[in-house]
Ligand binder design. Sequence first.
Ligand code: CP
Length: 291
Amino acid sequence: MQHFISLENLNIEVIRELIEDAISFKKRNAYPNLSNHYISNLFFENSTRTKLSFEMAEKKTGMEIIYFDAESSSIKKGETLYDTVKTLNSIGVECFVIRHWEDRFYENLISKFDVPIINAGDGCGDHPTQSLLDLITIQEEFGEFRDLNVVIVGDVVHSRVAHSDAKILQRLGANISFATPEFWRDSTMTMGRYTTIDEAIPKADVVMLLRNQNERHSQQYDEGNFLSLYGLTKERASNMKAHSIIMHPAPINRGVEIDEDLIESPKSRIFTQMTNGVFARISVLNYVFNS
Ligand code: CP
């Protein structure tokens, strides 16, 4: 049994295996059999992709899903996350996929439970299964990570995707840069250099856009002018290299981070990322139970 909290504490060989397994599950349309396990998805922040692609992964591996809805649960009566997990574990749930608004929510859980805890996004901290699906998408496209130029664009300071992706891509040998407004820089992100989107685009192999995390902002910004000042316009996209790709974890603020017309353009891998999310999560479920 393993927890799956962050890619930071996994060695590169394990991460490469997770990627290879996911690509193999996708190609072969064949999945590990986890039909003897009960699992619950505990989401305390909204989600469409992560929650439902975990559910798809759980169904494809034959797992029994014990449904949990935070709004109608006893969390609303003040029950803690620990007591919620303890309760579900007591009635037989053997794995927890948790998204929570608190950074590092898992610290109070991982030493106390000997069933897998999977981080489906903690506050502004980490989003390791999103990182894994991003890595799968890049590997499918380029075959390797070493020396790829990846520019991470937008709301870096509030984005758990940026935090997770920058760290693992650097470990895998990619060159990271950040093209972000001054007010969304993150002084802790020292693995890449800060640049402007106009400077970065012509050099980038991967243009990785971020969602503006409006629910985490304490100060307003000029959303109306964001695209022209900091986002991926059609004009900027025309300066991309022939082989370079556009990624975005979604949900997308259409016309804010990216011009609407680019979302389903030939360079976009945004919906491929979503497809890969299912296989990334199958790979993670296989890892937590079978390694
Ligand atoms: N990319 C991502 O985490 O999307 P959701 O918030 O919809 O899960």
